[in-house]
Design a protein around this ligand. Sequence first.
Ligand SMILES: *[C@@H]1O[C@H](CO)[C@@H](O)[C@H](O)[C@H]1NC(C)=O
Ligand SMILES: *[C@@H]1O[C@H](CO)[C@@H](O)[C@H](O)[C@H]1NC(C)=O
Ligand SMILES: *[C@@H]1O[C@H](CO)[C@@H](O)[C@H](O)[C@H]1NC(C)=O
Ligand SMILES: *[C@@H]1O[C@H](CO)[C@@H](O)[C@H](O)[C@H]1NC(C)=O
Ligand SMILES: *[C@@H]1O[C@H](CO)[C@@H](O)[C@H](O)[C@H]1NC(C)=O
Ligand SMILES: *[C@@H]1O[C@H](CO)[C@@H](O)[C@H](O)[C@H]1NC(C)=O
Length: 346
Amino acid sequence: MGVCGYLTVSWKCLVVLTFRLLFLLPAGLPVRSQGDSQPDNKVMENITVRQGETVFLTCPQGDVVTHTAWLNRSSILYAGEDKWSVDPRVSLVTFSQEEFTIKIEDVDTSDEGQYVCAVQTSSRPRTTSVHVLVLVPPQIINLSKDLVVNEGADVTLMCQAGGKPDPSLSWQLISPSGDLGSEEEVLEIPSITRQKAGTYICTAINDIGTDIQTVEITVNYAPSVSEGRDVGVTLGQKGVLECEADAMPEASFEWYRDDRRILNGFDGIEIEDLGHLSKLMFFNVSESDYGNFTCIAINTLGSSNTTFLLYGPRTVQDGNNGALGMHTHTYNCVVFVLFLLFLLRV
Ligand SMILES: *[C@@H]1O[C@H](CO)[C@@H](O)[C@H](O)[C@H]1NC(C)=O
Ligand SMILES: *[C@@H]1O[C@H](CO)[C@@H](O)[C@H](O)[C@H]1NC(C)=O
Ligand SMILES: *[C@@H]1O[C@H](CO)[C@@H](O)[C@H](O)[C@H]1NC(C)=O
Ligand SMILES: *[C@@H]1O[C@H](CO)[C@@H](O)[C@H](O)[C@H]1NC(C)=O
Ligand SMILES: *[C@@H]1O[C@H](CO)[C@@H](O)[C@H](O)[C@H]1NC(C)=O
Ligand SMILES: *[C@@H]1O[C@H](CO)[C@@H](O)[C@H](O)[C@H]1NC(C)=O
């Protein structure tokens, strides 16, 4: 600003002053009084350019032009064909009777602002100003890290993005329902449940672009095993008890015969663990195998158990359902039908 700021707050003042000092006075042209040297000022339409692109600044000339320059704020970029700027991104494109064009490559936000072309003709100075607006696509700069929490914890996710104009932010959980979300940079999830575990997407959008980042939330919870289904197996056959557990992190399984731990490979019994499922397999069921088996699923947050009954033909007779119950029913039916047939024939 300097001296000029004292006189007026306008850039026009700067331009005129600078211009006169640099060109008019050394050239020995008469400096007119304030009144009749009012420059002819033209404002061109704003130029909008993306960060990293090249902007061309074009200024119409005329045949009576004696001096001309392109200025960035108060500093001269080009005075005619002479480059004043030390910035390598600035270069001359055209310098002719008709036009004076320079370009700025790899434009950044700091280049935003007013650029002025000053032209001195034999009569009066003339300026053309143009406002360069630099747009920046959104970029997410601050994002929550992936999280592992226990069910019931309060979770806060943060997503901050830069860009011009300011991007708008939103959060969305990738899920079948997909309804959980927020239109703000902060997403609060009070007392999180296992259904709200998953991949959260932060989207930053402005007029010229989009940036998307994801955050993974893992919700840990204690196992819960599904209720054991009793299994009937005849002697000498293969039998399998299946224990299924829902748990995060994945549960490890233990099998018990009454109170005794069953180890894999002993007594013709094998245990096969398949992540959320454990199988207790009998390859040749014997009389002594019949009885109660308990499966316990354990993880860092707790445990859950269920008991199965492995039964044979005799065990079934004690109960009133299962395969033999069916047979009895079928038998009764057959008797009834035979009785009916007998009645009809008579
Ligand atoms: C040009 O940009 C400036 C600065 O953002 C703004 O004040 C002015 O209204 C804009 N002019 C037009 C014509 O859009
Ligand atoms: C224009 O001026 C500003 C402020 O001094 C500077 O940061 C920017 O790099 C300049 N741009 C060019 C193209 O000279
Ligand atoms: C990111 O956000 C956190 C929480 O608001 C803040 O403490 C930190 O300073 C931010 N980091 C940056 C680089 O903005
Ligand atoms: C099953 O066990 C019985 C008694 O231990 C044995 O006699 C029979 O051969 C076994 N069957 C098979 C297929 O291993
Ligand atoms: C198995 O457990 C049930 C219920 O706990 C019990 O009523 C039953 O007597 C048990 N059976 C055997 C063979 O231990
Ligand atoms: C099985 O679970 C019940 C509660 O559901 C618990 O009382 C019992 O102690 C558990 N048994 C074992 C062996 O963990």
